[in-house]
Design a protein around this ligand. Structure first.
Ligand code: MN3
Length: 200
């Protein structure tokens, strides 16, 4: 079974003015599509050909660099689209809201630490909110790695991931990564993040 590019649950323009339509369209139809195509090519005839994406992440140390880069790219972007929405943002409530306050002191303090992880990731990569052994943590990974991979320095179940590759923001924000991160909070879909917190 070949992997497929998931459809976006909203229009390319839906996240404006925070993320512009052109960036969304190129990011989805060119970048994410390329990860899917290259992953399928790399898996053809490979030992992992019939593995699920989760199995691929968990066994990534035994697989090739193209599978690591493109498998991670497919997982990370699928999650990224899902955890954003128009008319979203705000602060999480319920169990997730409580867990964030208990772990980081306050929601604002959490945002500060997450933004620091995003700004501090040198070059291309991702910032993450993860759950591990019931606890929340912030981490970041280079390239298209993620905390599900058995090679990750800090492992856990990703609840929320932020793409800080330049292709995610350069058209609109140029070199101003911190401005992109600030704007992105307005489109975070906390309902999906809370759902992942429950099952993670
Ligand atoms: Mn990307």
């Amino acid at each position: 079974m070949a992997f497929e590019l998931p459809k976006l649950p909203y229009a390319y323009s839906a996240l404006e003015p925070h993320i512009d339509a052109r960036t969304m369209e190129i990011h989805h139809t060119k970048h994410h599509q390329a990860y899917v195509t290259n992953l399928n090519n790399a898996l053809a005839g490979n030992v992992a050909e019939n593995w699920t994406l989760d199995q691929i992440m968990a066994g990534i140390s035994k697989l090739s660099t193209p599978i690591r880069n493109n498998g991670g790219g497919h997982y990370n972007h699928s999650l990224f689209w899902e955890t954003m929405a128009p008319n979203a943002g705000g602060a999480p409530t319920g169990e997730l809201g409580d867990a964030i306050t208990n772990t980081f002191g306050s929601f604002d303090k959490f945002k500060e630490e997450f933004a620091k992880a995003a700004a501090g990731r040198f070059g291309s990569g991702w910032a993450w909110l993860i759950k591990h052994d019931g606890l929340l943590a912030i981490t970041s990974t280079p390239n298209q790695d993620n905390p599900l991979m058995d090679i990750a320095e800090v492992k856990g179940f990703p609840l929320l991931g932020l793409d800080v590759w330049e292709h995610a923001y350069y058209l609109h924000y140029q070199n101003r990564r911190p401005d992109y991160v600030s704007a992105w909070w307005n489109v975070v879909n906390w309902n999906v993040v809370a759902e992942r917190f429950r099952k993670g």
